[in-house]
Design a protein around this ligand. Structure first.
Ligand code: NAD
Length: 257
């Protein structure tokens, strides 16, 4: 087993300015890697960078980009290469939710969710893989949801997009295998982040707590518990795993009781 050389790891993380993405950045940083958050929220990004790189000129570690814009993502990856070197790992984590019955869903909302969640993952994975070929390989993690495996009322666009990510992970793993690049996916259940807070605010009181109580481990997950699995999948400990989706939901989706 060749240990992961985290000290020379250059790791773009989309949606790395908050929640699960930021937890992944923190864990990579504690391993000695150089996580590079890509996010479209300038304020959150600035805050994240000051916590990740408190002793340095932290602005050079963050990239303000909307993942749905393929040219902007390609440009950010070119800048990363110039600023830091060739990317060794990447995390396609940025995602958004739109809640509502599909019958009432405005066309532009449907398209926006698919553009960010599906096309955004394509843009990050493709830009990363193109660079990794110059390095002889690498590892990528995508972020789906148990909503990509099971569905949920009033989440048609979100659950459709997350199911696509599960399948994209398999397809990309096959297309990138000859380049020595592994691609795996994490499918979280309920995790304590701003997406979860928005869900709690938009549903009847107690809904999230009741859903969490249905998990075998009767609570909402912490972002760090998702980050642990993402970092494992990026590492050489997962050297024989590719195209796989790991559900991290405290046992929420293992039963129908
Ligand atoms: P979050 O809102 O805390 O983080 C999402 C981050 O993505 C934010 O920093 C946001 O600014 C960024 N982002 C959104 N759209 C973007 C875009 N177009 N371009 C660049 N950045 C963009 O939410 P989170 O819970 O940490 O979500 C991270 C991922 O985990 C998402 O893909 C989400 O679907 C998935 N997920 C979350 C949960 C949960 O319960 N929190 C469950 C399952 C899956």
């Amino acid at each position: 087993m060749i240990m992961t050389d985290w000290k020379s790891a250059i790791v773009p993380v989309s949606g790395g300015a908050s929640g699960i993405g930021l937890a992944i950045c923190r864990q990579l940083r504690s391993e000695g890697a150089r996580p590079l958050p890509l996010d479209f929220d300038a304020d959150q990004l600035e805050k994240a960078l000051t916590t990740l790189y408190p002793d340095e000129n932290c602005a050079k570690f963050g990239y303000l980009v909307d993942v749905s814009d393929s040219l902007a993502v390609d440009a950010a990856f070119e800048k990363i290469r110039r600023d830091h070197g060739i990317v060794t790992h990447a995390v396609a984590n940025a995602g958004i939710v739109w809640r509502g019955n599909v019958l009432d869903m405005p066309e532009d909302k449907w398209k926006r969710v698919l553009d960010v969640n599906v096309n955004g993952v394509l843009h990050i994975c493709r830009a990363a893989a193109r660079q990794m070929t110059d390095n002889g390989g690498g590892a990528i993690v995508t972020m789906a949801s148990i909503g990509g495996i099971l569905s949920k009322p009033e989440r048609a666009a979100y659950t459709t997009s997350k199911a696509a990510i599960v399948q994209m992970t398999r397809a990309f793993a096959l297309d990138f295998a000859q380049l020595n690049i592994r691609v795996n996916c994490v499918a979280p259940g309920l995790v304590k982040t701003s997406i979860q807070q928005a869900q709690a605010a938009s549903t009847e009181p107690g809904f999230v707590e009741a859903l969490a109580a249905r998990a075998a481990i009767k609570r909402v997950g912490e972002p760090e518990e998702i980050a642990n699995v993402a970092v494992f999948l990026l590492s050489n400990l997962a050297s024989y795993i590719t195209g796989e989706t790991v559900v991290v939901d405290g046992g929420l989706s293992i039963h129908y009781s």
